[in-house]
Structures are given as C-alpha cells and as structure tokens.
Design a protein around this ligand. Structure first.
Ligand code: 7TS
Length: 423
C-alpha cells in the first residue's frame, strides 16, 4: 500500500528545517530528487566493503565490485525493458548521453545536407549538442512547433520530416510545460521514414513506467539523480545494431579489445562506450535507487503525482492573475506546474516563498528557446515527486499568497492589468 507518510521516513533530509525552523517543502524535483537513506547507505557500504576497480583485478574485492556494478546494468535493462544489457551504456548524465550521440552519429550516419528535427520544448541538452554538430557539418536543424495548448503539433511534425531527416530527437516529458509527448506515434512516422528517433527521458523515466521496446525509439537517455539515485550517473539505451555501427565516443582503457603500436580494436558492447574507470560507487547506489522505486511502484508514483497536481491546480485557481503553462488537461502533464505573472519576477516569488521553507525553481529552466516562444524571460516552477504531500501543497499555496500580498500592496492593480494586456 502506498503510504506517503511512511515513505517520507525513508528520507533523512525531509526532516530538515529551513530558516527559523520551517519544515523543508521540496518542490524542485525536476531539477534533482532527494535520496532515500538506503541509497546513501549503499554508497557508504560500497566504500567500506567493496571498493576496488572493476573489470580488471582477479582478486576477490575486484570481482565483487565488478559483479555489483554489472548487476545494476541488468537491473536497468529490466527497469527500462531493453533487449539486452549490451544496449545499456553508463554515462555521467542525460546531457552526456545526448552529446555522445551527436558526436558518434556524426560520421557513421550524418552527412552534409542532412536534417535534424527537434521540438520547441527541448531542454538545452537536446539542442546545443546538435548545434555543435552543425558547427562541424553542413546540416539543417528544424524545430517542431507547439500548439496553443502547449502540446506538440504532430501534423506539422509529420510535414517537417523529409527524406533528409536523419535524426528526430525529442523530449518525452517537457521540464517546463510538463507535456508528455506521444513517442509511439512519432516512432511510427520516423520508422516509415528511416529516421533515427532519440528520446530524452530525463523527466519521464523517474515518474512513469517506460518500455524502451514498446516506445519504438532507437535511443533513450535519462539521469540517476532525477530518480532518487546519486549525481554523476546517466544512462543511454540504444539499439544494438546502431551502437555497433557507431564509432566509440572516448578512447582509453576499458573500451578496447587490443592496442598495438599501430592502432586499436574496440571492446564489445556496452563497454565500447565506457572509457576509463567508471563511476562505480554511484552506479551501484543507483541500483539501490531502482530497487527502492520499483518497490514503491511506478504506477503508484504516477497516480500520486497526478493527484497532487490536480489538487495544486485547484488551489492555484484563486490566483487568477497567474499564467499557468502547459496543457489544460492534467493527465497530459502530471507532476510539473510552471507559472508566471508579468509584474512579479519569478525569482522574487521563489525567494519570498523560500522564507517559508518552500523550494521551487525560477528562471529559464535551461529552455531559453521555449521561453522565447512563451514570450517570457523566466517562469517559476513547482515539481512534485512521490514523497510530496497535499499538506505541502497547502504550505506552498499559503506562501504564494503571502508573496502576492506583499507585492499587491502597491501593484495589485498592475498585476491584473498585466494579465489583461497579455490577453
Ligand atoms: N532533459 C530534460 C528534459 C531535463 O529536464 C534535464 C534537466 C536534462 C535533460 C539534463 O539532465 P542532466 O541530468 O544531464 O543535467 N532538467 C533540469 C531542470 O529542469 N532543472 O534543473 C535541471
């Protein structure tokens, strides 16, 4: 049974007090999530009991560390429903996973004159690596627009895909709008066109059940730290035939089979893409995080966040001067609520409610092109995870009330006028 109060006891940090004894209300989960005690203990236990380099020593400790590390690859394969562990590559984060692709698909797949299709709702980590590729090659980058309801415009997407479109790279869930994109629908289009489909699952994998095989994409990237695991571990899942076709990313130890004075041959998958000593401890602790999340259940996590979002939406209605971004239908955008007002800067809102212990993010959320599309320079964002409660939503709303009261002393009229002129 899903019991949020019981779950909260698993997180020492949720007992923290902020400023003058205010309970921490952590609503910045899209940036990074908190770590349960079992994950922290797993890190300590690795260093206390198993610390050794992997894949090389023949001694007992090295064998144990190697087994613990490779067991996590198997866990991730099951978690994400990949075909085999050969398809699971460890990186540092989602950003590095996408950079790896932009680097390695160059030469093996991309030729001058080709096109890459992104969307207007991408995080910078799914834009800038492709700009870097464009600096090296004569390619065109296009962006699928979003609709007025802040969903992908699928009809235009279909029109933007041409015979030259080699890669379509798309977020599964927007870190600003919360919009969940229909990857299966896009996969049908890309498959028919022989384009490679890359999915940025940084915001979806932690919050909903995903099957790599069912989605039908070619690559999928996500980060440990957004799903109760440590920082410094990212995952790239890729179709074996493509991973075999692409050249390695970084060179050094581990990624080779043989090195001579003339050259080298590459190691088998997945190690071909894992040069040097990996982040052993954090990968092992990420395995503990996956066990923990699976015990809670992704369906429970999804439903709990949906209820919290619904509740927060209802409460936010009282602030009729706020712009709330993302699809109107909650089921199309669970877990993330982004808002702004033309008069009060989001940083001011975030700073004031921080005085009440409420942590939200304000800024461009590493999505400056999307901000431009929305005609704002910054927004405020509350993002939930399974350990958040309706009581915390109440504290968030009360803190917002105080913040708006504070500003409304002189600006209430302008607040509302600001909205009117915007409409
Ligand atoms: N893709 C999406 C959709 C993201 O939301 C983020 C991080 C990334 C990629 C990059 O992840 P990383 O682990 O490589 O850093 N998003 C955010 C955010 O919304 N606030 O802080 C980080």
């Amino acid at each position: 049974m899903f019991d949020v109060n019981k779950i909260r006891k698993d997180f020492k940090i949720l007992e923290r007090k902020i400023w003058d004894n205010k309970p921490l209300v952590y609503l910045d989960n899209a940036a990074t999530t908190q770590k349960p005690n079992v994950v922290i203990n797993s890190l300590v236990s690795y260093y206390e009991n198993y610390n050794a380099n992997i894949h090389r020593g023949v001694h007992k400790l090295a064998e144990e560390a190697t087994t613990l590390y490779e067991d996590v690859r198997q866990k991730i394969k099951d978690f994400i429903d990949a075909n085999s562990t050969a398809e699971i590559i460890f990186t540092r984060n989602t950003t590095e996973s996408i950079n790896l692709l932009a680097y390695c698909l160059d030469d093996s797949i991309i030729k001058d004159g080709d096109e890459i299709l992104l969307t207007e709702m991408e995080h910078h980590s799914n834009i800038v690596p492709w700009y870097l590729l464009r600096d090296r090659r004569n390619i065109t980058i296009k962006f699928t627009p979003i609709t007025d309801n802040h969903e992908l415009d699928y009809n235009t997407l279909e029109k933007l895909i041409t015979k030259k479109t080699k890669i379509v790279s798309i977020t599964h869930k927007s870190n600003v709008l919360g919009t969940v994109n229909d990857i299966q629908r896009i996969a049908k289009i890309t498959k028919a066109n022989n384009s490679i489909l890359i999915v940025d699952a940084a915001q979806s994998a932690p919050h909903m059940k995903i099957s790599f095989q069912d989605l039908g994409c070619d690559f999928l990237a996500f980060s440990s730290h957004k799903m109760c695991g440590p920082t410094g571990v990212g995952i790239l899942v890729g179709k074996k035939e493509l991973l075999e076709k692409m050249p390695p990313f970084l060179g050094g130890g581990e990624m080779i089979r043989k090195v001579t004075f003339d050259g080298f041959t590459t190691n088998d998958l997945p190690w071909k893409y894992e040069a040097g000593t990996p982040n052993i401890a954090d990968v092992i602790a990420f395995g503990t995080a996956i066990d923990y999340i699976e015990k809670i259940g992704l369906e429970n996590i999804y439903q709990h966040e949906l209820k919290l979002t619904e509740y927060a939406f209802k409460k936010l209605k009282q602030f009729d001067f706020l712009h709330i971004y993302g699809p109107k239908e909650i089921t199309k955008r669970a877990g993330i609520i982004t808002f702004s007002n033309p008069v009060v800067h989001p940083h001011d809102i975030a700073t004031i409610i921080d005085q009440d212990g409420v942590a939200i993010r304000a800024g461009h959320h590493c999505a400056q092109p999307l901000m431009k599309k929305l005609s704002v320079s910054a927004t405020a964002r509350a993002s939930f995870y399974f350990y958040n409660t309706p009581e915390e939503v109440d504290i968030f709303i009360n803190a917002l009330n105080k913040a708006f009261d504070y500003f409304a002393v002189g600006a209430c009229k302008e607040l509302k006028q600001g909205v009117k002129s915007k409409k």
